[in-house]
Structure formats: structure tokens, C-alpha cells
Design a protein around this ligand. Structure first.
Ligand code: FES
Length: 208
């Protein structure tokens, strides 16, 4: 939320409450994906970068595919115009979301080899790279957790230097996560994304 909106909520709580209720109710008869795609397009139309990043993250989290998001941008050409579509695409490229890379756009989910389980220290969090994606892996005995390094707020690639003990803090807006559970423990309200995993022949595999 911007400082301006926070200010208006403080000084005009009833009016702003009604405004937010209106926004919520206005999409009542749309499915989640359609609502999310429309929200992404509105952020491109008014060119608010934080809003675009946030709604894009939400659309992906709720199941919209990168291809659907690109289609929505292109279909909105008559109202957006090429300049705004290029503006949004430039931000997408800066975000470097693995799913948007050309080689991944139509790739079906598959199992990826991460590391030998023996190379994952017990009781610690480790940082790996596999198939162009960064991962945090937490091991407690036989129990393993594989987390996407992308922040659930605006998809920032959280670097391994952001680790302090069991706490991982995103450098962008300081959401903090407990790597033992993946839960957000400060500022934000969404957990790290976890990937399904399995161990095969002593190797850790993850699915995305
Ligand atoms: S992108 Fe905002 S806290 Fe990570």
C-alpha cells in the first residue's frame, strides 16, 4: 500500500473503507484468474510499477500462467498502446521470473535434480541453483524442505546472503521468513513457496 493510500485510510476511514469494499464487490462474479488478469492490466494502464509487480505476483500465485498474462497484455493493446506494453515487458525482464523465460513458457512441470542428499547439511539451510532457479533447502534429519528463492511479495530473488541463522529476510521490503517452516514472521503475510520433492538414488529432486 502506498503512503498516500495509508494517509487517506487514516484521515477518511469510512470513505476509503467503502472504496475498498466497492473494489472487492465489483469482481464478485468473475473467477479469480480473470479478476487477477484485469488487475494486472489496470496497473499497466496507470503505470504503477509496485502495483504491477504485486498484482503480477498474485496472478501467478493464484494459477495464471505466464502465457495468459502475456495474452492479457497483448489483448489490452487497444487501450494500453504499445508503449505501456513495452513498459510492462521491461519490468518483466528486470524481474527475470524463470517461468517467463522463452525456453520455459510452454515447458510442462517436471522433476529437477538438485543435489546429493549427503551434500545437504543437517539442521541448516543451503542454497542451490538448478535449471536456472535459485533454491533454499532446509534439512532436519530425513525431513527436507525445498523453497523457491523468489519472495512471495514481489518475486524478488532473495540472495543467500539474506540468511541469518534460520531467518531469511528479503532485501526489498524486508519480509522475513523462518526457513524451518517457510512462514513469514515479519512485515508480510505470505509464506515462501515450497516445491514438491523426493529422494531418488540418494539425489534430491524437486518438481516445478
Ligand atoms: S519483494 Fe517485497 S519483501 Fe520481498
Amino acid at each position: 500500500m502506498s503512503d498516500a493510500l495509508n494517509y487517506l485510510i487514516k484521515v477518511r476511514p469510512e470513505a476509503m473503507g467503502a472504496y475498498f469494499k466497492f473494489l472487492k464487490k465489483a469482481g464478485d462474479h468473475l473467477d479469480t484468474r480473470t479478476r487477477d488478469l484485469i488487475s494486472v492490466i489496470t496497473k499497466v494502464a496507470v503505470q504503477t510499477e509496485p502495483g504491477f509487480r504485486q498484482y503480477l505476483t498474485r496472478a501467478l500465485r493464484n494459477g495464471a500462467s505466464p502465457q495468459e498474462i502475456i495474452d492479457a497484455l497483448l489483448m489490452a493493446f487497444p487501450v494500453l498502446g504499445l508503449a505501456k506494453i513495452v513498459w510492462a515487458t521491461d519490468i518483466l525482464l528486470q524481474m527475470d521470473i524463470p517461468e517467463f523465460r522463452p525456453e520455459n513458457l510452454d515447458a510442462p512441470p517436471q522433476w529437477h535434480d538438485i543435489a546429493a542428499v549427503s551434500a545437504v547439511p543437517d539442521g541448516e539451510i543451503s542454497f542451490f541453483e538448478a535449471a536456472g532457479r535459485h533454491l533454499f533447502v532446509y534439512r532436519q534429519g530425513e525431513d527436507l524442505k525445498v523453497y523457491d528463492s523468489r519472495c512471495p511479495h514481489q518475486v524478488t530473488d532473495i540472495p543467500h546472503l539474506a540468511l541469518e541463522g534460520h531467518k531469511l529476510t528479503c532485501p526489498k521490503h524486508h519480509w522475513a521468513f523462518d526457513v524451518q517452516t517457510g512462514q513469514c514472521v515479519a512485515i508480510g503475510d505470505r509464506p515462501l513457496r515450497q516445491f514438491d520433492h523426493r529422494v531418488e538414488g540418494g539425489r534430491l529432486l524437486a518438481h516445478w
